[in-house]
Design a protein around this ligand. Structure first.
Ligand SMILES: Nc1ncnc2c1ncn2[C@@H]1O[C@H](COP(=O)(O)OP(=O)(O)OP(=O)(O)O)[C@@H](O)[C@H]1O
Length: 361
């Protein structure tokens, strides 16, 4: 083994090997397949794969990452390193160390790496992505108050999406899902986006169409940078540029924005997503009724998610979250008030926070 940088003994049953094989890049795949059959006649049910870093870098790194999570006592020397963009130290075996483990699935290594990655919010301003601070929004599906059935439907849809890589490949569709989240300000549209990104462990890329000039081409910016991300295109109906004073020029800006939106939609519809990009695309609007009908054609939006004013059940949910109190029988007057007056969850949250401050102080 003197020429081998690191030797990894992967002791596996043939069943486990069979799981490993489909994940290996094609040249390794065909090599192993063509030899495995012959090998099986000569050896016991245990085989040793030596993965040379120089030739099979991707596979080597995946196995190395995986084994780094198994701090096995027999390994004398471990190597600690930290890459830019990763949260934790990566612990890997030092040169010429050996260890023994059953390696069921190369995808486990990818999952470990993804879990370790720092997530970011990126904003497209002008024609550059501004990668801002780390994404730490605490909202999750447990802390967002919304219609219970709808919440479950969104969760089910996301879980199906995550587990459907092979399905999308088989039917020849880009691995993406498109949602339209609509509702009045303060009903939790941004909160739901944060909950989705947290659930999937994705980065967020946010595009504000008001920033673009006529002729700007954002195809490349969308094409080459984004994968395992939530691409958010906010306020798709709003004609007003940030800081813009309303004048007669407004319709022109509206037209420009609509033209940009149509460009983005055609990109999203079309053949553009390369390398099996894994993408959730979310459009938001406060005014669904104002959206151009082209946007809502079948196949373009996979799911519409209405966020609404507080109902008695969302109110109860919020009270439970903030005070850990469950109403067996919610006060009648609150129920009646919520039917008469439109109150957003944001307004209720503000009140609850204020009252809990009083309780704490
Ligand atoms: N459904 C909800 N569940 C829990 N908290 C909520 C909900 N809706 C709003 N909030 C609270 O109100 C704040 C503001 O809500 P959020 O920004 O998500 O609303 P929005 O619909 O995106 O508003 P806008 O249209 O103005 O962007 C959130 O940070 C959160 O604390």
């Amino acid at each position: 083994m003197t020429n081998t940088k690191t030797v990894l003994s992967v002791v596996a049953s043939f069943a486990a090997s069979a799981m490993l094989i489909p994940s290996i890049r094609s040249q390794i795949h065909s090599y192993v397949c063509s030899n495995l059959h012959g090998l099986s006649h000569h050896f016991s049910s245990q085989i040793t794969f030596v993965i040379e870093e120089f030739y099979f870098q991707e596979l080597f790194m995946a196995v190395d990452t995986y084994l780094g999570t198994k701090l096995i006592a027999s390994v004398g020397h471990l190597k600690a390193s930290k890459q830019e963009g990763e949260k934790k130290l990566a612990i890997t075996m030092d040169k010429d160390e050996e260890t023994c483990d059953v390696f069921d699935d190369i995808e486990q290594a990818e999952a470990i790496k993804e879990e370790n990655e720092i997530r970011k919010i990126n904003m497209l301003q002008g024609l550059t992505w501004t990668s801002s601070t780390e994404f730490h929004h605490p909202m999750t599906f447990s802390t967002i108050a919304m219609d219970a059935e709808l919440k479950q439907a969104v969760l089910d849809d996301l879980n199906t999406f995550m587990n459907s890589k092979e399905y999308y490949k088989r039917i020849g569709k880009a691995w993406k899902r498109t949602y339209l989240i609509h509702g009045p300000p303060g009903t939790g549209k941004s909160s739901l986006i944060a909950a989705i990104a947290n659930h999937l462990n994705y980065n967020i890329y946010q595009v504000d169409l008001s920033y673009f000039q006529k002729g700007d081409d954002i195809r490349d910016l969308l094409l080459h940078y984004i994968t395992r991300s939530v691409l958010v295109i906010k306020d798709i109906d709003s004609p007003i540029k940030p800081g813009y004073q309303e004048t007669e020029a407004e319709p022109r800006i509206e037209a420009q924005k609509q033209a940009q939106l149509l460009k983005v939609l055609r990109l999203i519809d079309g053949l553009w997503l390369p390398r099996g990009n894994e993408l959730i695309i979310i459009f938001t609007t406060n005014h669904r009724e104002r959206i151009a009908p082209e946007l809502l054609i079948p196949g373009r939006i996979d799911m519409q998610i209405p966020m609404s004013y507080c109902t008695i059940s969302t109110f109860n949910e919020l009270v439970y979250m903030y005070y850990s109190v469950i109403f067996c029988k919610p006060p009648k007057e609150i129920e009646q008030l919520l039917e008469k007056v439109k109150v957003t969850p944001a307004e209720v949250v503000e009140e609850l926070t204020r009252s809990s401050d009083i309780l704490i102080s």
